[in-house]
Design a protein around this ligand. Sequence first.
Ligand code: NAP
Length: 330
Amino acid sequence: MQAFRTVQFVALGCLTFGSRGFRARKKSFNPTALDIDLTGKHYIVTGGTSGLGFVTAQQIAERGGTVHIVCRNGAKGETARSQIVAQSGNDRVQIHVCDISSLAQVRRFADEWRRSGLGIAALVNNAGILVNERRVSEDGFELSFATNTLGTFALTEMLLPVLEKSKDARVITVSSGGMLTEGLEVDDFDGKGLSNAKGIDGSKQYARSKRHQVAMTEHWAEKYKDKGIFWGSMHPGWAKTPGVESSIPEFYNALKGQFRSAEEGADTIVYMAVAEEVLSLPSGEFFFDRQVVPKHLCAAGTRYSGTKRERLLESLEGILKEKGFALDGQ
Ligand SMILES: NC(=O)c1ccc[n+]([C@@H]2O[C@H](COP(=O)([O-])OP(=O)(O)OC[C@H]3O[C@@H](n4cnc5c(N)ncnc54)[C@H](OP(=O)(O)O)[C@@H]3O)[C@@H](O)[C@H]2O)c1
């Protein structure tokens, strides 16, 4: 079954995830969807120091928005901030140092934001990693789970009281097409079942966390459907970024001729974060190149029940409650 999924994934990827696929679909994009003045609106972009997050922050700044880059490395954040200000001419770019894999830092950032009284036009959950060896977060969780799944979940839940008070808020979670190769894992967050000579099969653990993000987005859209928030997960395609080049060098080197640029990869993130027309699209869906696309490959055995999804969410909530988080905006 795994080989069947991989073959389908690579075939789909070669046809659509690269630059050629983007350019083909771009012909049907609304050419004015991003012609919008974002002055006065606040956007949070996690992982805005590099790759897709950097481009997203830059594109929002170019449209006048106030951008809040959440980064784990203050010096990199400052460099990104200076570049974006210089290129956009917009000095409303702020950095917030917060390691998303650290529950204490996520809580501190969210508490500070809540106290600031600022609204949120969009929270872009972009920070993400693929680690090819076993590493653990300061809370003791496997690092890609801690970053992509748990930290993203904690940040979003902690900001919910602000999101629901903000008009037409959006939460865009940058998942990955790689999640198509995995089902919903609810029992082995640590990836113990993926042990290999390096400690863990990092690509599989990454794909599982990216599947978690898709399931979390479905859950939020259902649970908070009356709160006036647009929820969407997305796949950026195969985009040339520092993260891809360093985390999957063999895959990148084999296919780099097909890769899209970071700007092409970030296009749908920016679209989902700012375009007016997005608010009339269904919430809780998975997007690629400005369209809702299927969350499963054909006959791949990755579908899951609502009950299983709720088990994931109960486990994540359980971890946060154990760490003393107050959820549901309490
Ligand atoms: N590029 C692709 O082809 C592709 C395909 C599918 C999905 N994605 C997803 O797109 C997102 C962006 O990836 P990218 O390709 O742009 O990679 P990237 O160049 O490595 O950028 C990732 C960003 O996330 C930040 N980050 C990582 N861990 C963090 C943490 N614990 N706390 C705060 N920030 C953290 C990084 O910060 P540092 O600068 O400090 O490392 C960096 O700014 C990821 O979620 C990735 O899974 C990318």
